[in-house]
Design a protein around this ligand. Structure first.
Ligand code: 5AD
Ligand code: SF4
Length: 439
């Protein structure tokens, strides 16, 4: 008789790459008899896949760990592990600060998770936050486990060499590395066989992708064009990009590759050249604006998305105004904005902070503007025809919900199965989603 499966609970914080990594961790532990569950109660192993990008993100991890005290008291065999970028950045410090933690594993070492779990049996502690010579990509299964749902993430590149002055990613995720083309194709084909219709290519600097195939270097555009030849794959997206790596061929692909969706996440962080320089962004506001102009020439209906940091050290009201001006000029359909958070070990962490009330006020003003833009871009979809890929049943009977080409959530009264890509006319714009009718 086989043993009952052990229960694994994974809580994921932060970016989409963590979502992808959590799936891989579940697969690795699946091979050890663990089955993923939706709640920490009764679990045999709890893994927090953490984010270190802002201070709040890291603090959340410690408060979550504190909540597991009772569970550990009730079940001393419960294993608690911390993975992700907090694990990478803080290492053994996590175990000192929170003795409940049995295991710490950095993003480059997830393939070692089963071995680390074995080390913790009998009360031991285990840790791996090395950047191994051998690539963790080499250990990723190229045939992922069966999955539900028509959309999937696929990591093609990891790490970053840009060293923006505020950012921990080059330290937690390491230097930029690309996965080989053949591996990506095999994984994509495997996903499509399992019913996936849309793939989002992931990388901290995804448009710096430079894979190899038969001795030739492939950029992201070439990879996208090749993936577009995979039968049954209907939609391709990618995130996150850096303005300096937005090459001509990638811009062109937005115009001539029908499966590449009209949505681009292209963070600029600030509209002030003075601040961009201090951020070590190595591009100007003008460079970014011209880039957006060229992308819109290639794909006029593209929905622009971005990231902003306000209250970066030494940001003046005039610098902030330049950010508002840039936002006015671009018009974003979706945007993320953050108050600057000093991250230990990054160059900007040493610099004097902007008055926190002033920074809060700027964040509020920026978010007001971005929310208005998001709203007007969404409202302007009314009357238009778009593709919608159905992902699940809606809240109301006889209703399906999916994402439009522009990544808006759309409700449609119909009973088409999950995974159908339908043509829809948008008839209404609500607070967080659109409503449409089948054409
Ligand atoms: N403080 C605030 N926001 C940050 N980001 C990255 N580092 C910091 C920081 N130290 C934001 C950037 C980035 C996004 C993922 O998070 O805008 O694009
Ligand atoms: Fe961080 Fe992105 Fe800058 Fe790299 S390009 S350092 S990931 S903000």
């Amino acid at each position: 008789m086989s043993e009952a499966p052990k229960k694994l609970y994974i809580k994921t914080y932060g970016c989409q790459m963590n979502v992808y990594d959590s799936e891989r961790m579940a697969e690795a532990m699946g091979g050890q008899g663990y089955e993923q569950v939706d709640s920490p109660e009764g679990a045999d192993m709890i893994l927090l896949n953490t984010c270190h990008i802002r201070e709040k993100a890291a603090e959340k991890v410690y408060s979550e760990l504190g909540r597991y005290k009772g569970l550990k008291a009730a079940n001393p065999d419960l294993k608690i592990g911390v993975a992700g970028c907090v694990a990478q950045a803080e290492g053994a410090e996590i175990m000192r600060r929170q003795p409940l933690v049995d295991l710490v594993v950095g993003p480059q070492s997830y393939h070692r998770l089963p071995e680390l779990e074995r080390q913790t049996r009998g009360g031991g502690k285990a840790m791996d936050t090395d950047f191994p010579e051998e690539m963790k990509f080499d250990h990723l299964p190229s045939r992922p486990k069966p999955r539900r749902g028509p959309t999937a993430f696929l990591t093609v590149q990891e790490g970053c060499d840009k060293f923006c002055a505020f950012c921990v990613v080059p330290y937690t995720r390491g230097a930029e590395v690309s996965r080989p083309v053949s591996r990506i194709l095999r994984e994509a084909e495997g996903l499509v066989e399992q019913g996936v219709r849309e793939i989002t290519l992931l990388g901290q600097n995804v448009n710096a992708y430079h894979g190899e195939e038969a001795g030739h270097s492939w950029g992201l555009a070439r990879l996208i064009r090749r993936l577009a030849e995979v039968d049954g794959l209907e939609r391709i997206r990618f995130t996150t990009s850096h303005p300096n790596d937005m090459e001509d061929d990638l811009i062109a692909a937005h115009g001539d590759c029908a499966k590449l969706m009209p949505y681009l996440h292209l963070p600029v962080q600030s509209g002030s050249d003075r601040i961009l320089k201090r951020m070590n962004r190595s591009h100007t506001a003008e460079h970014y604006l011209r880039l957006v102009e060229r992308i819109r020439e290639a794909r006029p209906d593209i929905l622009m998305s971005g990231d902003f940091i306000v209250g970066f050290p030494e940001e003046t009201e005039a610098d902030f105004q330049a950010t508002l001006d840039l936002v006015e000029e671009v018009t974003y359909g979706q945007c993320y904005s953050f108050k600057y958070s000093a991250r230990p070990g990054t160059p900007a962490a040493e610099r004097p902070l902007v008055d926190p009330d002033e920074a809060d006020d700027r964040l509020r003003r920026l978010q007001d503007l971005l929310t208005r833009q998001q709203r007007s871009v969404q409202d302007a979809m009314v009357g238009r025809e778009v593709g919608v890929l159905f992902e699940k049943a809606g809240r109301l009977d006889g209703q399906m919900v999916g994402k439009s080409d522009h990544l808006h959530a759309v409700h449609v009264a119909c009973d088409l199965p999950v995974g159908t890509l339908a043509r829809v006319r948008i008839v209404e714009s609500g607070p967080n989603s659109l409503a449409g009718v089948l054409i």
